[in-house]
Design a protein around this ligand. Structure first.
Ligand code: FUB
Length: 479
């Protein structure tokens, strides 16, 4: 690899949630929504794309805008946002982009392009053979988060739908997880939508209890089985269901990842990141399987960023839950020497347990990741923002996983703010102090250093603040 890969895997100024990884040829492409940093709604920006060689997941290339929010005639006014998309290569060799324009328009748009990374042109809306729009006909359930899979026999499956998150919502809108098939034109349905996974209210006796389908369908075939990754009613977790058939009989498989790193049924059953929605998918890249997911930043659910981790399949086809890390696609631990942005933090919490990411709930009460300048587009001529942790108060823990240390002697932190106290450095959140860095108030960014004693080998690093006042935390360096 040319350089190290991190989580988030894209530049820290990019906010691409709902990322579907797709390998086309020798590159992996990320098709996701596009949040605007500092936005107060989901997906305020046009779809953009990044790609990387399958052999170097550190080397992401910006492909530019691939589809504008206003290209679909239904959204031409610019008042709608484009929510989670997916892209598949059709049998004609062209690439088809599927999306729902937010939760106000309950049907699926399709755009097409001769190359994976755009620019896409609007093709149509998914309809039945009589022209009826799927999602708008009497008796239809609403369409949401479309995702496509083409099986070995050429059948094109379109998955879609969402469910209620809390019981009181049941019955307000006709919702379901559904699967239908498409004609070769990729826009007309061949078979009607039929129910697939249980939503809240349909779970009893299904094995999905507690992990009912919410949204974010995404299907891949692995060793002859179909794996449907979805986001459950808990929002923060991506689960999988598995079947021997692409369009029926899915069994609950388990949780693959929780973006607040909750491992139910273990002593790690408390959130250690702010809680928010999650969406992604899995992909085989150069012989290894990865799960792509997103994290929340800026104390809201509207500035989300893509992350990824390697996953393993057991002999019996099951996938164990993996933890969130700072090193993700790097495949090995990060260098134990050098400087790192605090934006790579993978566990971040304060004295109070993390809450659902929402401006009113988060701001003021919890530490969160933010940046020092407005939303940035590559080539837009505006300055490149720097990401940092803000609102760090007494009891803040900021964890980074993992580094391979050899002969570490000193650690520096670059902070600013009114903080007066100690940043303790530990290899476990409640472990012993490996360094104690005294910090004092400073208006501008300032570096503080401390001698450190961390044994050689692979360790996590946690910065734990004890003191008065608040700090912003920009970066740290292992020396
Ligand atoms: O990004 C907008 C919506 O949030 C997606 O469509 C959902 O899956 C959730 O991630």
């Amino acid at each position: 690899m040319k350089q190290q890969a991190f989580n988030p895997y894209l530049p820290l100024y990019e906010y691409i949630p709902d990322g579907e990884p797709r390998v086309f040829g020798d590159r992996v492409y990320i098709f996701g929504s596009h949040d605007r940093f500092g936005g107060m709604k989901f997906c305020l920006n046009d779809y953009i794309c990044y790609s990387a060689p399958v052999t170097d997941l550190s080397d992401w290339r910006y492909e530019g805008v691939i589809y504008k929010r206003t290209q679909d005639p239904r959204t031409a006014t610019g008042k709608h946002q484009l929510w989670a998309p997916d892209v598949i290569q059709g049998k004609d060799g062209r690439y088809y982009l599927y999306y729902c324009p937010d939760d106000k328009i309950k049907s699926i748009g399709v755009a097409v392009c001769g190359t994976p990374a755009g620019k896409y042109e609007f093709l149509g809306v998914v309809r039945d053979k009589d022209g009826g729009i799927i999602g708008e006909r009497t008796g239809d359930t609403i369409q949401f988060d479309p995702s496509v899979f083409i099986d070995g026999d050429g059948t094109v499956y379109l998955y879609s739908g969402n469910g209620p998150r809390i019981r009181g919502q049941i019955g307000k809108e006709p919702k379901a997880s559904v699967v239908m098939t498409l004609e070769d034109d990729m826009v007309t349905i061949k078979t009607e939508p039929k129910k697939l996974l249980p939503i809240l209210g349909e779970e009893n006796g299904t094995g999905f209890e507690g992990h009912e389908f919410l949204e974010a369908s995404s299907v891949r075939k692995v060793n002859g089985r179909y794996y449907l990754v979805y986001s459950s009613v808990k929002m923060h977790e991506l689960c999988y269901a598995v079947s021997e058939r692409p369009n029926r009989d899915y069994r609950f498989g388990g949780v693959i990842i929780s973006n607040c790193d909750v491992f139910e049924g273990t002593d790690r059953n408390k959130p250690i990141n702010c809680i928010g929605n999650n969406h992604g998918g899995m992909e085989n890249i150069n012989g290894k399987w990865y799960i792509f997911y997103h994290r929340q930043t800026n104390g809201t659910m509207f500035s989300r960023q893509g992350c990824a981790e390697e996953i393993q399949f057991s002999e019996d086809g099951s996938i164990s839950q993996i933890e969130v890390t700072s090193c993700g696609l790097n495949q090995v631990s990060l260098n134990g020497i050098g400087a790192y942005s605090s934006g790579l933090v993978c566990n971040l919490y304060g004295a109070k347990p993390p809450a659902i990411s929402h401006p009113l709930a988060m701001r003021g009460q919890h530490p969160f990741i933010t940046q020092d300048k407005p939303d940035y587009e590559p080539g837009g001529g505006t300055p490149v923002p720097k990401q940092y942790i803000t609102n760090g108060k007494n009891g803040m823990t900021a964890g980074f996983k993992y580094f391979n240390f050899a002969g570490l002697s000193e650690i520096s932190v670059t902070i600013r703010g009114t903080a007066k106290g100690t940043l303790a450095v530990r290899t476990a959140p409640n472990g012993k102090n490996c360094a104690e860095i005294s910090v004092t108030p400073c208006k501008e960014w300032r570096e503080f250093r401390g001698a450190v004693s961390i044994p050689d080998g692979i360790h996590a690093v946690f910065f734990c603040y004890e003191g008065k006042g608040k700090l912003d935390f920009l970066k740290f360096e292992f020396i």
